[in-house]
Structure formats: structure tokens, C-alpha cells
Design a protein around this ligand. Structure first.
Ligand code: 0T9
Length: 383
């Protein structure tokens, strides 16, 4: 493959073989250096809010219908960041750092033009299998997003198939004191281009956004070789409560633009730049915060010094193993910091019933509201 440096061809081939004969937690497999990313999976929930103005704009809706349209618009506009940004930033999809239990990631997007500040709290709530819980909130606008993310992977026809486990719930405070909730399910991923050492993601099948108002978005994903022939194609149908007819249909490329198929009006446009999350300087972070925890590993990967990267990674892993042994000896259990695990999410159960969800119930991680976000003014102070 052309993406693979000559010296790593052998180890890439054996890595692919081990993927093919392995099902389960890919994150624990050792991959050749060229495919390693210096970014931990705990940073990924930030993709939900890199267009903070679209997140804030949900609050400006007047009707339930309009609110569902705005939620769909924001959701579709996150897909490019979620699924293609490593290709743009790092040259291809890469293997993220595998977060440790208790790893944290905090950030915010500043209040600009009255949109309100948006805050992000992420915690790695399980190491094996990897599960990441997140909470995003724009308090000024009364919008919250809570979710968790895990994956089940398998290998088929030369590609990695990733079933996303977990869901997200978006809650909007209404002017009358009530709340509207949106259950967001996640699409299936295929990682292609593996043979050539230049992996990229394609989305497939269907995901849903079910509002407590009854409005439902059904989003279908297709790649190259399907109906339009183009990569990253989607079609979203928004239907009214108790109706299966399409009230609005949007179609296009989730990494470019899309439009309303009956009016021709532009729906999403992600060709305009996004806003990356603001975080505090690494020196001010605690040892559990992702960028601080992984700083020497990340530097090694960035500098091409893989000896340092793997030595530093080894230190973190040993420290973790020792911690687990100590806990076991003391009969103690690791306590989550910002989230509480519940076996069954009542919102998932209630809203999931309104459309076809499998499975009928899912667990969730409920945010404890115990983090005080840094204000924009503080974070922007010169060091
Ligand atoms: C939630 C997202 C998720 C996380 C990543 C599959 C994957 C880990 C999970 C699903 C985010 O909201 C969206 C985007 C990318 C997903 C990752 C892509 C990927 O390759 C990894 C897996 C674990 C690997 O690292 C596979 C091995 C690697 C060599 C292929 C590049």
C-alpha cells in the first residue's frame, strides 16, 4: 500500500492479519507507528460542538417542528468533524490513544455574538471495553447533550465494521418551563482503505433522532457505489408525530453541503471552517486530563520518536495495572468522577418505543453536575 512507509510494510501486514482474526476490542492491539494518532478518544466528544452557533440556534426554534429541523441540521453538521477530520488533519484515519479509566477532557467554546458559552466534560468510564461518557451544555440557551460512546468491531471484506454502542440525549429547556428531549442514535461505520494503509470512514445504514414531541428524523447513509455513486451521501426524512409520511426531506453530502429536496434550499454547509474546542494550558491541567496524561506519548508520536512514545505509554499502562491491583487488594472499586452509571436509561426506553430501536433498552451515564467550567475570559488570559 502507498500509505505505508517501506520500513513498516511487514508490521502493517501482520497488524491487518491480527485484526482479521480478532473480534472485539481493537484498541488494545499494537499497531505500527505510522498509523498512531497522538489524540485520545476522550477528545472525540468535542466533535459534537465544533459548530456552537448551530447548537445554540436550537433554542431559537418556536415550534416543535422547527426545533426538530434545527436539531437535525446541527447533527448532520457534526458528521464531517466526527468522521473525516483525522484524514484532513493527520492524512488518514489513525488509531487514537486508548484512554485510561478515569481520563478526563474539559473544554469550552466561548460566548461570541450572544450565542452563550458551551461547556464540555468528558470522562473515560471504562477502559476495557473502552467507554467514553460526555456532557455538553450551553447554559445560557438551556441546551444539554449527554451521551456515551463505545464500539463493537468486526472485520469483513477487508474493512473494519464498527457498530456504535451508546446513544445521546439532547435536552432543550422550553420557555414554558418544560423540556423537550431528543434521543439520538448513531450510524454504523466502515473503515476502508486499510490494505493501502490509508484508512477512511464511510457511514452506512440508518440512524434516528426521535423527539419527545413525536417528530422523527430517519437518516440513511450511503457511500460510493450506492444510489448517488458518491461517498458520504445521506438522505434524512423528517416525519410528523404519528405519521410515516415525509414532512421534509434533505439530501446531500454530509462532508460538504445538503439541501431540502422539494425547495432546493440549502440545508447544511460544512465547507465553512469549524471552531475547535478551547482547553486550558497543559501546565494548568490535572494529571488525569488527557492532554497532560499523554503529553510525552503524544510528543513522541508527533516527533516520530516512537521509542519515547512507547516507553511513556508503557509507564502509563504499568501505573494503571498497579492501580487496579491495589484496588483489588483493598477491595475497593474505582469511583467515577462526573457520571453515575444507570442500567437502563428511562429516556431511551420512552423515546425508543416511538420508533424501531434495537436493543429496547440501554444503559447510560448521568452527569453529576459537579464541574465548574472555566470562563472564556479566564482561559484566554495570556500565560
Ligand atoms: C465516537 C468516532 C468514534 C468514537 C471512533 C473506530 C475508532 C474508535 C471510535 C466512533 C466519535 O463520536 C466518532 C470516530 C472514529 C472512530 C474510530 C476510527 C478508528 O479507526 C477507531 C478504531 C478503534 C481503530 O483505531 C482501528 C484501527 C486503526 C488502525 C484503523 C485506522
Amino acid at each position: 500500500g502507498e500509505g505505508v512507509p517501506a520500513s513498516q510494510k511487514g508490521s502493517w501486514t501482520s497488524f491487518l492479519k491480527s485484526i482479521a482474526s480478532f473480534s472485539g476490542d481493537l484498541s488494545s492491539l499494537t499497531a505500527p507507528p505510522f498509523i498512531l494518532s497522538p489524540i485520545s478518544l476522550t477528545e472525540f466528544p468535542a466533535y459534537w460542538c465544533e459548530r456552537p452557533e448551530l447548537f445554540a440556534a436550537i433554542a431559537a426554534a418556536v415550534t416543535e417542528e422547527d426545533r426538530s429541523i434545527r436539531v437535525l441540521k446541527w447533527f448532520i453538521s457534526t458528521l464531517k468533524g466526527q468522521y473525516t477530520s483525522r484524514n484532513e488533519k493527520l492524512g488518514s484515519e489513525k488509531k487514537p490513544l486508548n484512554p485510561v479509566l478515569g481520563e478526563l477532557f474539559y473544554g469550552h467554546w466561548p460566548d461570541i455574538n450572544g450565542r452563550g458559552q458551551t461547556n464540555l466534560v468528558v470522562e473515560q468510564v471504562s477502559h476495557h471495553p473502552p467507554i467514553t461518557a460526555y456532557y455538553i451544555e450551553n447554559p445560557t440557551k438551556g441546551i444539554q447533550l449527554q451521551g456515551h460512546s463505545a464500539q463493537k468491531t468486526s472485520f469483513s471484506g477487508g474493512s473494519i465494521i464498527v457498530k456504535q454502542i451508546g446513544h445521546a440525549v439532547l435536552t432543550v429547556d422550553l420557555p414554558n418551563g418544560g423540556k423537550e428531549e431528543f434521543l439520538i442514535t448513531l450510524p454504523r461505520l466502515r473503515i476502508d482503505g486499510l490494505w493501502y494503509g490509508s484508512p477512511y470512514i464511510e457511514l452506512s445504514e440508518t440512524s434516528y433522532i426521535q423527539s419527545s414531541s413525536g417528530w422523527l428524523s430517519t437518516i440513511e447513509y450511503k457511500g460510493k457505489g450506492y444510489f448517488s455513486g458518491k461517498s458520504h451521501t445521506f438522505k434524512a426524512v423528517l416525519s410528523a408525530p404519528h405519521s410515516s409520511a415525509a414532512a421534509h426531506t434533505y439530501e446531500g453530502l454530509w462532508h460538504m453541503t445538503s439541501k431540502n429536496i422539494s425547495t432546493g434550499e440549502l440545508f447544511t454547509d460544512v465547507t465553512v471552517p469549524k471552531e475547535e474546542v478551547t482547553v486550558s494550558p497543559v501546565e494548568q491541567m490535572s494529571e488525569w486530563e488527557s492532554r497532560r496524561l499523554w503529553r510525552y506519548v503524544a510528543k513522541g508520536i508527533r516527533d516520530g520518536d516512537f521509542e519515547t512514545a512507547s516507553r511513556e505509554k508503557g509507564k502509563i499502562e504499568n501505573e494503571q495495572r498497579q492501580r487496579r491491583r491495589d484496588e483489588q487488594a483493598a477491595g475497593a472499586k474505582w469511583e467515577l468522577k462526573h457520571f453515575e452509571h444507570i442500567e437502563s436509561d428511562p429516556i431511551y426506553e420512552r423515546l425508543g418505543k416511538l420508533f424501531k430501536t434495537t436493543p429496547p433498552t440501554e444503559d447510560a451515564y448521568i452527569y453529576k453536575h459537579n464541574y465548574t467550567p472555566l470562563s472564556a475570559a479566564l482561559a484566554n488570559q495570556p500565560a
